[in-house]
Design a binder for this molecule. Sequence first.
Ligand SMILES: NC(=O)c1ccc[n+]([C@@H]2O[C@H](COP(=O)([O-])OP(=O)(O)OC[C@H]3O[C@@H](n4cnc5c(N)ncnc54)[C@H](O)[C@@H]3O)[C@@H](O)[C@H]2O)c1
Ligand SMILES: [Fe+2]
Length: 376
Amino acid sequence: MNALHSPISIVRPPVVEFGAGVLFRLGPWVKARGIKKALVVADAFNAARVDQLGLEVETVVFGEVRPEPDMPNLEKLLELADRTLPDLIVGFGGGSAMDLAKLVSVMIGTGQKLVDIVGPGKAGKRSVALAQVPTTSGTGSEAGIRALVTDPATHAKLAVESIHMLADIAIVDPMLTMTVPPAVTAATGVDAMAHCVEAYTNKKAHPIIDLYALEGVRLVGRYLARAVKDGGDVEARSGLALASLYGGFCLGPVNTAAGHALAYPLGTRWHIAHGAANALIFPHVLAFNVPVAGEKTSLILEALGLGTSKDEISVRDAAYDYCGALGVEMKLSKLGVPESDLEIMAGDAFAIRRLLDNNPREMTRQDILSIYRNAY
Ligand SMILES: NC(=O)c1ccc[n+]([C@@H]2O[C@H](COP(=O)([O-])OP(=O)(O)OC[C@H]3O[C@@H](n4cnc5c(N)ncnc54)[C@H](O)[C@@H]3O)[C@@H](O)[C@H]2O)c1
Ligand SMILES: [Fe+2]
């Protein structure tokens, strides 16, 4: 964990609009920039309400973004972009739509394939504008510089990281999340919390980011159960939208750690939604890190309204009951994952060094397997 004087770089979209109803600001922004043609990147749900974006320019819609998008999904979008040549890309949806929007914004017209830009700093300068409009409260992707796409051949999530994928404008309007069903609300809310928790207990944690991290956890503690119970609760939806944005602020300079590394194989191999996978893994990794991050773990529990324990078993039980009470399935065996796959999953997770190396306590392949077995 870093000290106050440790160097850190922070990047944010130059314009972040936040609050109920701010979506109406997109239209005038587009007009003021002299945009001629927009390409909206959306999942089927959001593609059906593109008119709400208020774009008064020629608009092409790609409405086929799949949850946890894979390379063929990106290639289809890229083909449409290269054919229609927009000068604005709008990501309209959850993390899946926003990540594909980021990628197409730097790949359009370049002839590049995803493999050419995987990793940090490989994508070139973009020639089109980029606006991000999240409709789930979870990934914080609107605020960041990373995008994730699954390679169907290897089941690995390929991460592209580039300053050129930072949005020109992010419009975080909680009213767009009112329709998110309770199960997706719970899963995405835990994802936002996991970004904050994993940044807060991270090897690269930094006091500047800790502020957002702990407040993000507090917001989830205060509002997630309320929003799951009553999707029409504007205050709760707004609290979660802010938590998600704060999670995004945590991801850029610090990023996640073992929680996300262990959650990824659940998504890539067994198609468990990103947030649901994070929730299932969360109690186990939180408890695993207690020996080296006891003080911060106790503050996390307190922020969630779960007491202040520093004991591994009670930390795990409190976090497990918290996620279970939100309605998240907490057993791998109930999600169609065969026990025989746990070893392969442990190998996959162990290979995700870019995240595992951030974890405050070293995690061996055997530790990962034990966690999967405990979660089974
Ligand atoms: N770039 C990053 O920093 C980052 C961070 C975390 C996660 N991710 C990625 O984001 C993806 C997950 O994103 P997500 O959790 O937001 O889910 P998602 O974008 O896959 O959406 C989940 C489901 O919710 C539906 N939906 C979206 N908005 C809705 C609304 N307002 N009302 C009703 N239904 C709605 C979608 O159609 C979809 O079926 C994963 O691929 C993950 O790897 C990226
Ligand atoms: Fe995440």
